[in-house]
Design a protein around this ligand. Structure first.
Ligand SMILES: *[C@@H]1O[C@H](CO)[C@@H](O)[C@H](O)[C@H]1NC(C)=O
Ligand SMILES: *[C@@H]1O[C@H](CO)[C@@H](O)[C@H](O)[C@H]1NC(C)=O
Ligand SMILES: *[C@@H]1O[C@H](CO)[C@@H](O)[C@H](O)[C@H]1NC(C)=O
Ligand SMILES: *[C@@H]1O[C@H](CO)[C@@H](O)[C@H](O)[C@H]1NC(C)=O
Length: 403
């Protein structure tokens, strides 16, 4: 082959690659500005993860019932905070906050979140941005894009599935920047070819970017998170606000040019379309509960260490210290869900009900505290369990949760 022929074959291949991965944005899949909250349902029932939290209705959140508004639009960005005025006792339901779930269901897409601020790294908190299906949980999967607890400053990525889905991390080849700590995404798995894990842990990786969660992310001016979900792969990236790829800024995202993702399912096992289906997008800020409320994790916090008697439990601190939570807020510039050109668009909830015949009636009860509660291990578990958990498998005391 002549040099020219090779060159043009290469150029053709590039063109084909670029056009195959072109993403477009439908107006109904852009969440921003004064219309942001119109795209979400406020879930005001008890937290499925047993958090010390009262999730507010939209009307209450928009009022000053709790001293200041829990939701607002600030210079075009969407604010979601928590009650930072009132105190609560441990026997009460907990600190008022917000949990919203998208009205639309998604199958595939490129989800790009532009954050100005997220709940800071504060004792007692458990904020998250994630997607999932309640239907026969976890049969249709959960994708945790941004979450962690307490004073952490690096995000976790976690998938929860039914049996038959796993990731390879960097064990086959270097393909992600996360530190993968568990590999089977099956909530019932206790091992994978790469080691043991705890029941309900899912496949978990910790972001290697020290500014990927909470206070350090806020100090860096926010961040952009992207999650790509196709039939072939689920990948996550995050970008410093000063290093956002220009194609993202221009509204023509091309993940092929972004370099190594923090997380990928590439080279894992299982078919994505068999394990991930009809997801809603969720933002929430919970307190304590199945993950942050665990004794081992609470006792790692500076708030416990400063006064172990007064603040023996996560709830005691969260209830008594409203002023600590002023920075527990999301400030979202935009969330955009692009679809690959030619893919079916998202589906409004009205036309794809979770109450359809595919859903066993018993599992379609949003208020049931344990329908969707699943416990996963946190990567930091080893450090939190020393001494107190001899009867538990190494690592098995840091339970986090998918909601
Ligand atoms: C996990 O195991 C339990 C008990 O055998 C079973 O009821 C449940 O359906 C399993 N869950 C998954 C996700 O396979
Ligand atoms: C998998 O990769 C991790 C590092 O990411 C390494 O510690 C571990 O030994 C590897 N396991 C196998 C079985 O290759
Ligand atoms: C929830 O958990 C409680 C206590 O473990 C149990 O009694 C109840 O049956 C569970 N409910 C559902 C819907 O699984
Ligand atoms: C990855 O996480 C494990 C478990 O928390 C830890 O022991 C290990 O040091 C981490 N590796 C890196 C490269 O950070």
């Amino acid at each position: 082959m002549s040099r020219n022929l090779i060159a043009s074959a290469f150029a053709l291949a590039c063109v084909a690659t670029v056009s195959a991965s072109s993403y477009t944005l439908d107006a109904s899949d852009q969440y921003s500005g004064s219309k942001f909250f119109d795209g979400f349902v406020f879930k005001s029932e008890p937290d499925p993860t047993e958090g010390y939290v009262q999730y507010s209705t939209q009307a209450d959140a928009a009022s000053t019932k709790y001293g200041s508004k829990l939701i607002d639009t600030v210079n075009g960005a969407s604010y979601m905070g928590v009650d930072h005025t009132n105190t609560y006792t441990e026997d009460q339901q907990g600190r008022p906050s917000v949990r919203i779930e998208s009205k639309r269901f998604y199958n595939h897409g490129l989800f790009i979140l532009d954050l100005a601020h997220m709940p800071a790294s504060i004792c007692g908190t458990w904020p998250a941005f994630w997607t999932y299906s309640r239907v026969n949980y976890p049969a249709q999967g959960e994708i945790d894009i941004l979450e962690n607890i307490h004073e952490k400053t690096a995000s976790l990525n976690v998938l929860h599935t039914s049996p038959g889905f796993s990731v390879a991390g960097n064990n086959i080849s270097k393909q992600q920047t996360n530190n993968q700590t568990t590999y089977s995404c099956d909530d019932n798995a206790t091992s994978s070819p790469y080691g043991t894990q705890a029941l309900k842990q899912g496949c978990t990786g910790t972001n290697s970017d020290p500014n990927s969660f909470g206070s350090t992310l806020n100090a860096a001016g926010g961040g952009v998170f992207a999650m790509e979900w196709t039939s072939d792969v689920i990948r996550v990236w995050n970008f410093d606000p000063k290093k956002v790829p220009s194609d993202v800024t221009a509204g023509k995202p091309e993940p092929s040019g972004w370099g190594l993702p923090s997380f990928t399912t590439a080279q894992g096992t299982g078919k994505i379309d068999d394990h991930f289906k009809d997801h809603r997008i969720v933002f929430d800020t919970s307190f304590c509960g199945l993950y942050a409320g665990q004794k081992g994790f609470w006792e790692e916090t500076s708030c416990y260490k400063k006064d172990p008697v007064k603040f023996a439990t996560c709830k005691s601190y969260v209830g008594a210290n409203p002023e600590a939570y002023k920075d527990s807020y999301w400030l979202i510039k935009s969330l955009k869900v692009y679809q690959e050109t030619g893919e079916a668009p998202s589906v409004p909830a009205s036309s794809l009900s979770e109450a359809s015949s595919r859903i066993p009636a018993s599992s379609n009860v949003p208020a049931s505290p344990n329908v969707s509660a699943s416990i996963i291990l946190s990567p930091s578990l080893a450090s939190s369990t020393t001494g107190s958990s001899a009867n538990v498998e190494p690592g098995a005391t840091s339970i986090s949760s998918s909601r």
